[in-house]
Design a protein around this ligand. Structure first.
Ligand SMILES: NC(=O)c1ccc[n+]([C@@H]2O[C@H](COP(=O)([O-])OP(=O)(O)OC[C@H]3O[C@@H](n4cnc5c(N)ncnc54)[C@H](OP(=O)(O)O)[C@@H]3O)[C@@H](O)[C@H]2O)c1
Length: 327
């Protein structure tokens, strides 16, 4: 990626900031798109090595201006919510159109309008696009999303595939499994669990038997780099996952062992009788066969990396994952 012009949207977020750091380390010319209101804490250690553009992607004029200035060869699009509320009314649906689809279409439009369009456009999709379907999730199966977030992300995937035949660049959606690692917001279970165990606080796990395909953020970054470096591949929708789905009970056991915390601190509820165990697990063969990419960081290694990073931050007097600089 040395010398390549890369634009990263959502660069101030969890996954985007990891990609930015890796691109900078590889010698890429990195432009980042953030909002005026975005905290730049996650970019603290590479802020001086990237060019900043301020735009809310819902603003088409600002998006065009940022693209015209960045002139990217590769666009990496991570700027959208990482989940959404669900409710009986249509509000989450309306919001998902505004927050997920409008930014995506505006960005594609701005990239297409460039005098020299990018060579490729990579976007984070999600395994929530699959919803209630048979396991393991396969890219070509009929999806059945059960949240407005999943439905809007899926609509984005289908829009991109539909637009592809007229786009001057290849566009790829990477359907990410649940991603964890340093810098993830403490609204998610894994950072909550790690911090509670390190700080000796009680924590409840309400559905310990649920199973999740969990992928380390460094593996996700490697997948996007593999997509950028592999040409002439027709697959446009790719699962980025590990293919295995540990239970939350197994995850808790790993964290308890690695932090040496008192197991009694982690209260694990029994799954309500008769209630199905929820499992999210992907087939990963397409990524392996087409991009020669597979996840390489096992759960134990990934958790241990995260725990060391958090231990160092807590030792330095930092609390709360949402307002810190991350390595
Ligand atoms: N984390 C996961 O487990 C996971 C799993 C599957 C898929 N994904 C997908 O991966 C992507 C990144 O996830 P993440 O965990 O890194 O999320 P994140 O930490 O919330 O980062 C998202 C970033 O996007 C920015 N953003 C959102 N809307 C924007 C807009 N209209 N204009 C400009 N910037 C905007 C946010 O800006 P502010 O900082 O200003 O809020 C934030 O910095 C999302 O598309 C998510 O759906 C994530």
């Amino acid at each position: 990626m040395e010398g390549r012009a890369c634009l990263v949207t959502g660069a101030a977020g969890f996954i985007g900031s990891h990609l930015v750091r890796r691109l900078v380390a590889l010698g890429a010319k990195v432009d980042v798109l953030v909002r005026q209101s975005s905290s730049l804490d996650r970019l603290a250690d590479c802020r001086s090595k990237v060019r900043l553009h301020y735009a809310d992607l819902r603003d088409e004029a600002a998006t065009r201006e940022a693209l015209a200035s960045a002139k990217p060869e590769f666009v990496f699009h991570f700027a959208s919510p990482s989940r959404g509320a669900n409710s009986a009314d249509l509000e989450p649906t309306r919001k998902s159109i505004e927050d997920i689809l409008k930014p995506l279409i505006g960005l594609v439009d701005a990239a297409t309008a460039l005098q020299t369009p990018p060579r490729a456009f990579f976007r984070s999709g999600t395994i929530a696009e699959y919803g209630a379907v048979a396991l393991p999730y396969r890219e070509r199966q009929r999806e059945n999303p059960i949240t407005a977030y999943g439905a809007a992300m899926l609509a984005g995937t289908h829009y991109l595939e539909m637009l592809q035949r007229n786009l001057p660049f290849r566009a790829i959606t990477a359907r990410l499994a649940l991603t964890y690692g340093s810098g993830q917001s403490d609204e998610f279970l894994i950072p909550q669990l790690v911090d509670a165990c390190l700080e000796g606080r009680r924590i409840e796990i309400k559905r310990p038997d649920d199973r999740r395909d969990l992928i380390h953020v460094d593996d996700v970054v490697s997948a996007f780099l593999a997509f950028a470096e592999t040409r002439n591949v027709r697959s446009r929708v790719i699962n980025v996952a590990t293919g295995s789905a540990p239970s939350m009970r197994e995850v808790a056991a790993e964290v308890i062992a690695a932090t040496k915390c008192d197991p009694a601190l982690v209260e694990q509820h029994r799954s309500p009788p008769g209630e199905a165990i929820n499992e999210l697990r992907c087939d990963t063969s397409l990524a392996r066969e087409t991009y020669s990419w597979s996840a390489t960081i096992g759960l134990r290694q990934g958790l241990s990396q995260l725990i060391s990073a958090r231990r160092a931050q807590i030792g330095a007097g930092e609390t709360g994952l949402s307002a810190k600089a991350y390595g």
